[in-house]
Structures are given as structure tokens and as C-alpha cells.
Design a protein around this ligand. Structure first.
Ligand code: S3P
Length: 195
């Protein structure tokens, strides 16, 4: 029997999971490009379709309001095939999102330690989940503590992704493109295993 080309054996939808700062939005287009898929960034879809910013949604509706919009948007974009979807780090907090992701796609967790994440997130001003009580962005130890607190709640869900890629272990020469290559190789390897 003729072997199907590897391209035809790839999952129809690849969902990038991981904490804020793990590189989902940066690596997503590279991964999509490498396998000839379209790229969708869920947060950008929310901002464009609602003509707003994630910060304004949190300001006006709080975290629960944002989660409702995020879930609705996930359901909306999800039927599209041959897509790499980058999700917000908190997508795994709702059971209905986790179910949808399991049912319809192949999930890839881009894993980094809380300390590595906090280093990358230092100075980030547009992430409401990292704001302190005074509304300012957390930094230093307070930022590490917030990242640890949130990852301790979310890790169990990230870890149940179809593929876990530990980015901290294999930074490579150019961290971003090397990491994206690494993820593409891991997706191909998993597609081979699943035939
Ligand atoms: C969030 C992550 C953000 C964005 C929102 C909430 C979170 O996306 O969806 O600020 O709860 O972790 P990124 O992971 O792309 O930063």
C-alpha cells in the first residue's frame, strides 16, 4: 500500500498551550508556516472581532467576562481545519475549553519553568493577570510568586496535552526559530507514531 505523505497525516488542528510568555504567539506562525497551515491567535481574534483590547475586556468585564468571550471565540474558530491555534495562557482554566481542545485538536504544551517565564514576562504591561492590587504590573519576586501561583493551578491541565515540549531544556542557537523547529519535529514524530 502507498504511504500517505506525512503532510496528510498531520493533525487537522494544532493548539498551542502554555503560560503567558512561553512563545505561543511568536512560534505559532513559524510552526504554521513550516507545515503549510494557517495561523490563528485567539487573543488577536478577540481584539479584532470586538474592536477592543484584552486589557479593556478585563477592565470592563473582569476575568470571568473575559473567559466567557474567550470560550465563545474558541468555539467559533475551532471548526477550521489545517490550522495552528495559539491560545491565551488561561484557556485551560475552564473544563469546557479543555474538552473542546481534546475533542477537536492535537494540543502542544510549550513548557518553561516559572523562573524562566517570569524572566520573559518582566516589564510586560498588557497582561492583566500579572497586575498587582494597585493596578501596576508585578515585577521581581512578586512576579515570580504570581507566576508560580497561577502555574500551580494550571500545570496539571497543560501537562495533559498530547505533546509536551520542554523549551527550557533545548534552547538551541537562535532560541525562537530553533524552538519552533523542535516543535515541528516533535509534531511530525507524533504523527508518524500515530499511524
Ligand atoms: C491570560 C493570558 C493572555 C490573555 C489574557 C489572560 C492568562 O494570553 O489571554 O491576558 O490568563 O494567562 P497570553 O498567554 O498569550 O499572554
Amino acid at each position: 500500500m502507498l504511504q500517505q505523505p506525512i503532510q496528510d497525516r498531520l493533525p487537522l488542528r494544532i493548539i498551542l498551550l502554555g503560560f503567558m510568555g512561553s512563545g505561543k504567539s511568536t512560534m505559532g506562525p513559524m510552526i504554521a508556516n513550516a507545515i503549510g497551515y494557517r495561523f490563528i491567535d485567539l487573543d488577536m481574534e478577540i481584539e479584532q472581532r470586538h474592536d477592543t483590547t484584552i486589557g479593556s475586556v478585563f477592565n470592563e468585564l473582569g476575568e470571568s467576562g473575559f473567559r466567557a468571550i474567550e470560550s465563545a471565540e474558541l468555539r467559533r474558530v475551532f471548526r477550521r481545519e489545517r490550522t495552528v491555534l495559539s491560545t491565551g495562557g488561561g484557556i485551560v482554566t475552564l473544563a469546557e475549553n479543555r474538552r473542546l481542545i481534546k475533542d477537536l485538536g492535537f494540543s502542544v504544551y510549550l513548557k518553561l519553568s516559572p523562573v524562566e517565564l517570569a524572566e520573559r514576562l518582566e516589564g510586560s504591561k498588557d497582561r492583566p493577570m500579572l497586575f498587582g492590587e494597585d493596578g501596576g504590573t508585578l515585577s521581581g519576586n512578586a512576579l515570580v510568586e504570581r507566576v508560580e501561583q497561577l502555574t500551580s493551578l494550571r500545570s496539571v491541565h497543560y501537562e495533559s496535552a498530547d505533546l509536551v515540549v520542554d523549551l527550557g531544556r533545548d534552547p538551541g542557537v537562535d532560541p525562537v526559530s530553533a524552538a519552533a523547529d523542535h516543535v515541528v519535529r516533535a509534531i511530525h514524530a507524533s504523527a508518524k507514531r500515530s499511524i
